[in-house]
Write a protein that binds this ligand. Structure first.
Ligand SMILES: [Zn+2]
Length: 297
């Protein structure tokens, strides 16, 4: 185990296995960063209008212009509940997409390596319903059936994401795969949120709330995690999802290409709400390969 120099003394990384990316305590909560492995996406998509000579200094591209990204899942153990934020790409990608993206389908092994049993997960939160955030919501079996991966969990996603996904628009239908969420809607296992601001804690579980940051999608949600330490100090962390997808996008003007509402994304990334969580706690990036948790200051 070693310390991640960019993230402060609470953070421990386990480079030996690569399956458990980091672990930290936040108040009374234990936070573990698990992973669905890595995948590759087009560098141009990742960096939008930023010229390649600039972004290539931060992320090396391969001979097909793809850059390597990680797929972080944050597990919060509150002492009473086990909460999963994001479920990676999963195992339902069509063969052609797997070939292009080289995803690894590691989340079940990662959870096992972290000592987290699938049946003990109480809550699953999808910040939005793109394929790389909700893939392991369900599992594809050898007989072609698809079942919920976390059979005892209540899932949460935004209703607007489902409504948008069902439109299957030319521009983004490749990202919205119905088997990742429709079976959960049919079974009643998913709660669709209508939040336009910060959703009150009881809606999900004490200490966990979500907040809307439009831009990447119209209903992208960040997840706030708050817990009181033994000394009574409230500590705060935030999983900011695709609002700022990697450490290379920390400059708010580096808006990435997968942004349906560019100016909203800029406002979200640089506005007072984003600045607030930068000031008040730790935040976690979804695809960063190192430095998983960044201190606010
Ligand atoms: Zn996304």
């Amino acid at each position: 185990m070693n310390r991640d120099s960019g993230a402060g003394q609470h953070i421990e990384l386990d480079p030996a296995s690569g399956l458990v990316r980091a672990r930290m305590h936040l108040g009374d909560f234990e936070l573990t960063v698990c992973t669905d492995g890595t995948y590759k996406l087009d560098g141009g998509v990742m960096f939008g209008v930023v010229p390649k000579p600039l972004w290539e200094r931060r992320a090396a591209a391969d001979d097909q212009n793809r850059i390597l990204l990680g797929l972080n899942t944050v597990v919060v153990r509150t002492g009473k509940q086990t909460v999963l934020i994001e479920t990676g790409v999963g195992n339902k990608q069509p063969a052609k997409m797997r070939e292009i993206q080289c995803n690894q389908e590691l989340l079940p092994q990662s959870l096992a390596a972290a000592g987290i049993r699938q049946e003990e997960v109480d809550v699953v939160i999808n910040t939005h319903l793109h394929f790389d955030h909700c893939g392991w919501n369900t599992t594809l079996h050898g007989d072609g059936s698809v079942t919920p991966t976390f059979q005892n969990a209540r899932y949460f996603a935004h209703r607007g994401e489902v409504e948008h996904g069902r439109l299957q628009l030319d521009r983004d239908r490749v990202s919205y795969l119905a088997p990742n969420y429709e079976p959960l809607i049919e079974s009643g296992q998913i709660t669709l949120l209508d939040t336009e601001g910060i959703e009150a804690d009881p809606a999900i579980c004490p200490g966990i709330s979500v907040e809307l940051f439009p831009g990447h999608t119209a209903q992208l949600m960040a997840v706030h995690i708050e817990s009181k330490s033994a000394g009574g100090v409230v500590q705060h962390a935030c999983y900011i999802s695709d609002l700022i997808p990697t450490s290379a996008h920390l400059d708010p003007t580096w808006v990435w290409g997968m942004t349906s509402i560019r100016w909203s994304a800029l406002r979200s990334a640089s506005g007072s709400t984003a600045a607030r969580f930068r000031r008040t706690g730790w935040f976690c990036l979804r695809t960063i390969m190192s430095g998983l948790w960044l201190a606010s200051d």
